[in-house]
Ligand binder design. Structure first.
Ligand code: 6CS
Length: 315
């Protein structure tokens, strides 16, 4: 059979690398074929989610930052100052987390999706025209956030800014025309799409990590033969391993290239004291996430346990 797989990035970006590895595994090990659709070819990411739930697409690669509107529990990945920035802890977390491996798959079923993978792409970096060191500095600043995540909006409000949800497709224009004063994305992406050339400062706040998910339409998945189900699971495992090895390298490479090719670009890492102020503001967002539903609350509680384990055991 031929299966359609859409993802929210370009072919050489992390989600594209995952999708390409997934496709090769399937095609090398069966007679099935995968047609890949990069972002833009079938509409924006929010459209792709609807198309997958409707069964028009079989597989979906999507940033977790686009999913909170449809699957509220997915916003756990956008709650500020929850995810670690340490890559070893992240790897341990994604491999062993009960939230990722047990709780979210059940929640996805309720939305007509079969969750296959969640993987990190890099630490969130904030790019702006002006330096900022406190929520005070962000006052009135229009910050673009990914659309469809209530928590991203709450986060930037808590940080003092004025959040502007918009699709990726509109961001470059918005930066060029000064419609927004900044945005957040992992360094790999900032470099790949020249967002450093469109802004003046890149700031590491430590508040978040960019993650991507891969899922399948559930009806389609449930209808597969035992053999094909196993094939899909093995392909996901293979692609996951591939991207975990690549993503961290790519992100670090992105920063290296920015430093080399854009020497006047200012790179700021907020100090622990500066972060403390943002962390204080983040508490209200963490509480807000947990108070939205019983399910969110359970996810948050288990997330803290999972992250604690990751901190203790990651080497
Ligand atoms: O900012 C965005 O919307 C995009 N950022 C990344 C890293 N991947 C895809 C997403 O659409």
């Amino acid at each position: 059979a031929t299966w359609k797989y859409a993802f929210g990035e370009g072919t050489s970006d992390p989600q594209g690398i995952y999708a390409t590895a997934f496709k090769s595994f399937i095609e090398d090990n069966s007679r099935n074929k995968i047609e890949l659709y990069k972002v833009g070819s079938l509409g924006e990411e929010t459209d792709m989610m609807e198309q997958t739930r409707a069964g028009l697409l079989h597989f979906l690669g999507q940033s977790t930052g686009y999913m909170g509107g449809t699957i509220p529990e997915m916003d756990i990945f956008t709650v500020p100052y929850v995810m670690p920035t340490d890559t070893k802890q992240l790897d341990y977390f994604f491999k062993n987390s009960k939230v990722v491996n047990e709780m979210l798959p059940t929640i996805f079923h309720k939305h007509g999706l079969e969750l296959l993978s969640i993987f990190p792409e890099g630490e969130m970096a904030v790019t702006t025209f002006e330096e900022f060191h406190s929520p005070e500095d962000l006052k009135g600043k229009k910050m673009r956030v990914m659309p469809g995540s209530p928590i991203l909006v709450e986060t930037y409000k808590a940080f003092g800014a004025s959040p502007q949800p918009m699709s990726w497709g509109d961001l470059v224009g918005a930066l060029k025309t000064g419609m927004v004063d900044g945005q957040e994305n992992p360094t790999v992406w900032i470099e790949a799409y020249g967002l450093d050339d469109l802004t003046k400062v890149l700031t590491y706040t430590g508040h978040g990590h960019f993650n991507a998910s891969v899922s399948a339409n559930k009806k389609f998945y449930d209808g597969l033969s035992k053999r094909d189900k196993k094939l899909v699971q093995e392909a996901a495992e293979f692609a996951h391993k591939t991207i975990l090895q690549e993503a961290q390298k790519l992100d670090a490479y992105g920063l290296g290239r920015i430093v080399r090719t854009n020497p006047n670009y200012k790179i700021v890492t907020l100090t622990e004291d500066e972060r403390k102020v943002f962390k204080e503001k983040a508490k209200a967002v963490q509480e807000s996430f947990a108070s939205k539903s019983d399910s969110n609350k359970k996810i948050m509680t288990q997330m803290m346990k999972d992250l604690d384990q990751a901190e203790k055991n990651a080497k």
